[in-house]
Structure formats: structure tokens, C-alpha cells
Write a protein that binds this ligand. Structure first.
Ligand code: APR
Length: 179
């Protein structure tokens, strides 16, 4: 499913984010930037050790929840990996929504600062961090749409959703926003 926002395009697809040809891909990282499973494991496996070497050297202090940092992308087709730290879900009254929105905004700020025309994002926080996907989808999409309306870049933001239920949640959330 695609949505035009001015000259920009927001896309929803199913797939594996490590296979994306976009200028930047977003990693669902943890605040120690220590690697892990899910998207994080897949990106470091496919991109090789240079990505972790760079996070260790450039960001030894890690990255707080709701923030993001950028590195090269090693062997991946993308030019950059943007490591975003979404919140761990703990019931919804611990600022999870604001942290999730902030993580996406920081990703897009970094993408624009680094001249990326296309960015691929996973569904931050909805795996190991247990954020309910229906809620996360609404926040992710409304944050990205606001950013595109304000900035008119990057030209393409593609949500790369790993499975059909996640895709369906994002599609439903997008239809609801458009109503
Ligand atoms: N491409 C796209 N999406 C993927 C991929 C992939 N290769 N692998 C997993 N996903 C999906 C998951 O199915 C889920 O919908 O990405 C979403 C986010 O799941 P996680 O990767 O578990 O991310 P998150 O919930 O933010 O948890 C982050 O997990 O791996 C650790 O180091 C990471 O501690 C951090 C935590």
C-alpha cells in the first residue's frame, strides 16, 4: 500500500529489511547498541562486523530510548544503518508512545541530515519489546506522516513488515488515519 504526501511516498510492504535497496535502513536496537535477535541480529549478520565496530567506537555510551544514531552499513546494499531504540512496552503509562514517536523522528532527522532519499523502517518495539502492534502502528505512521508533511523529505519512507499480521495492523492503522 502506498500513500503520496506532497512529493514524498510512504510505502507499506512485507519483507526482510536487510534486503532493502534504500539509502538507509533502520535497526531496532537496544540502548547499549549491543546487538540482539530480531531485526538487530539480522542486520548485524547480513552487514558484517564493521557495523558493530563502528557503533562501539563512535557511540561507546550507547543510545537512550527514544533516540537514534547512524553508522555505515557494512556489506548491506544500503549506505547507512540508523540504530533506533524504541521503548520496552510496560503497560502504556510510562511514556512509551512518546518514546516510540521520538525514535522515529530521530531516525528521519538523521536520514535527512545525511542526505538519504529513501529510508526503510521496521516496526520498532513490536517484537522483543512487546509493544502491541495495533498501537505501535498508529503512532509510527502518524509520526512519519507528520514528519513528511513538515519536511517534504525523505522522498521515500518504506515500512518493511516481516509478517502478514504486522502488515495488516499497519494497513488498518493507515486506513484509519486517512478516514
Ligand atoms: N526485517 C523486518 N522486520 C523484522 C526482521 C527483518 N529481518 N526480523 C524481525 N522483524 C520484525 C519482528 O517480527 C517485529 O515485528 O521486526 C519487528 C521488531 O521486532 P524486534 O526486532 O524484536 O525489535 P524490538 O521489539 O524493537 O526489540 C528490540 O530486540 O533484538 C533485540 O537488540 C534488540 O534488544 C533489542 C530488542
Amino acid at each position: 500500500m502506498d500513500l503520496k504526501i506532497g512529493t514524498c511516498t510512504l510505502e507499506l510492504v512485507t519483507g526482510d529489511i536487510t534486503k532493502q535497496q534504500s539509502d538507509a535502513i533502520v535497526n531496532a536496537a537496544n540502548s547499549r547498541l549491543a546487538g540482539g535477535g530480531g531485526v538487530d541480529g539480522a542486520i548485524h549478520r547480513a552487514g558484517g562486523p564493521s557495523i558493530m565496530a563502528q557503533t562501539r567506537q563512535t557511540y561507546p555510551q550507547g543510545c537512550p530510548t527514544g533516540d537514534a544514531v547512524i553508522t555505515g552499513a557494512g556489506k548491506l546494499a544500503a549506505q547507512y544503518v540508523i540504530h533506533a531504540v524504541g521503548p520496552v512496552w510496560s503497560g502504556g503509562d510510562r511514556g512509551e508512545q512518546e518514546s516510540l514517536a521520538s525514535a522515529y523522528r530521530k531516525c528521519l532527522d538523521l536520514a535527512v541530515e545525511n542526505g538519504c532519499g529513501s529510508v526503510a523502517c521496521p516496526s520498532l518495539s513490536t517484537g522483543a519489546y512487546r509493544y502491541p502492534v495495533d498501537l505501535a502502528a498508529g503512532t509510527a505512521l502518524s509520526t512519519v506522516i507528520s514528519f513528511l508533511k513538515e519536511n517534504q523529505k525523505p522522498a521515500v519512507i518504506r515500512f518493511v513488515l516481516f509478517d502478514d499480521p504486522t502488515y495488516a495492523a499497519y494497513e488498518a492503522a493507515l486506513r484509519e488515519i486517512l478516514e
